[in-house]
Ligand binder design. Structure first.
Ligand code: LMR
Length: 332
């Protein structure tokens, strides 16, 4: 080869390497967001908004794929899958983290928060914000809190007004020791079960009842297989959006920034929507006329609260009294 040919050959190698590198970096980062609820719920809408905003802010750099309704991973697998890098974002209910941090159990204490606004104040405060980072040593990083709403109690019985009405009944619960203690305090039999299995368990009588928000009761059609839904508002179902801490820290800075902004905007969008969606679904359940919606008096509610009181003492040590006090202060 003549020197000039060698020069051309070398140039061709450099150019093709640069092209290949360019093509590789032009591939968007694929980001999977898996969750267990339907799309027309607060979390479902939040995930779709995050996709829309992230792809708008980082055109060509990220592709967000949202998998609702346990299609990709259900309750039993999603946290492990996140740690293994098989999914990049999930948003489990706050009840599903007690294997990773005990303090987060504060959210499950019955009758602690008066409403979702109080929950929001606690989450936005220093203790709530600190909890987002409490699982980092385990590889999980909390990036946002998303609201769903307050829980209502339902059974396949006509009578559901007082705590004694649930004695001996079987209830599906989320994987939470606090919720297990809550139903034991009522003399009921709790059974931990993945969300995707609840409808069938209610339909076939494997369990008699469950607790959930209006949006979940509606979108999962629980109201079609339950006779009574008591308006207890006895606890909250909210979410922590979590990502794999190592993956997050390894992202290019501009991508991390764009994703953080998209997450913040999707959070305020979803959190504004949550209350309206739950209210709309409460009305739809009432209109369907299948399950009776049972209002409770102050005296009824006081009886439920009293029956569930032992749970607080049982978990005070694990959660820490200062955290419980801070949560209590967020009630107005
Ligand atoms: C449940 O398992 O009952 C809910 O927490 C599901 C969800 O993510 O809202």
């Amino acid at each position: 080869m003549k020197p000039i040919q060698r020069l051309f050959a070398a140039f061709a190698v450099v150019a093709s390497t640069a092209l290949a590198a360019g093509a590789a970096s032009a591939q968007p980062i694929v980001i999977k967001f898996s969750h267990v609820v339907a799309e027309n719920t607060p979390k479902g809408q939040g995930a779709l908004k995050f996709k829309e905003l992230a792809e708008k802010k980082l055109p060509g750099k990220v592709q967000v794929q949202v998998f609702p309704s346990s299609q990709l991973f259900g309750d039993a697998k999603e946290l492990e899958a996140l740690l293994l890098g098989d999914v990049q974002f999930i948003a489990p209910s706050l009840s599903k983290f007690d294997r990773y941090t005990k303090s987060i159990q504060v959210f499950d204490l019955p009758f602690l928060f008066s409403d979702v606004e109080a929950v929001d104040r606690f989450q936005s405060g220093p203790q709530g914000q600190a909890l987002l980072g409490a699982m980092k040593s385990k590889g999980l990083l909390g990036v946002a809190y998303w609201h769903n709403g307050m829980k209502q109690l339902s059974t396949d019985k006509d009578q559901l007004k007082r705590p004694e009405d649930v004695k001996g009944l079987k209830f599906r619960i989320q994987a939470s020791d606090v919720l297990e203690a809550q139903f034991r305090a009522l003399g009921a039999n709790p059974q931990k079960m993945a969300f995707a299995e609840v409808y069938q368990a209610l339909q076939t009588g494997v369990v008699d009842g469950q607790e959930n928000t209006w949006s979940n009761i509606y979108s999962q059609k629980f109201f079609e297989v339950q006779k009574t839904i008591a308006v207890t508002n006895h606890g909250v179902i909210d979410y922590m959006v979590v990502t794999n801490a190592k993956w997050w820290d390894g992202l290019p800075a501009d991508v991390r920034k764009g994703l953080s902004e998209a997450m913040a905007e999707a959070t305020s969008y979803a959190n504004k929507l949550a209350n309206d969606l739950n209210e709309q679904d409460r009305k739809r359940i009432a209109d369907a006329g299948k399950a009776k919606i049972q209002p409770l008096t102050k005296e009824d509610l006081a009886a439920w609260q009293k029956a569930m009181e032992p749970v607080w003492k049982k978990f005070e040590g694990e959660i820490g009294k200062p955290l419980i006090d801070a949560a209590l202060k967020s009630n107005k």
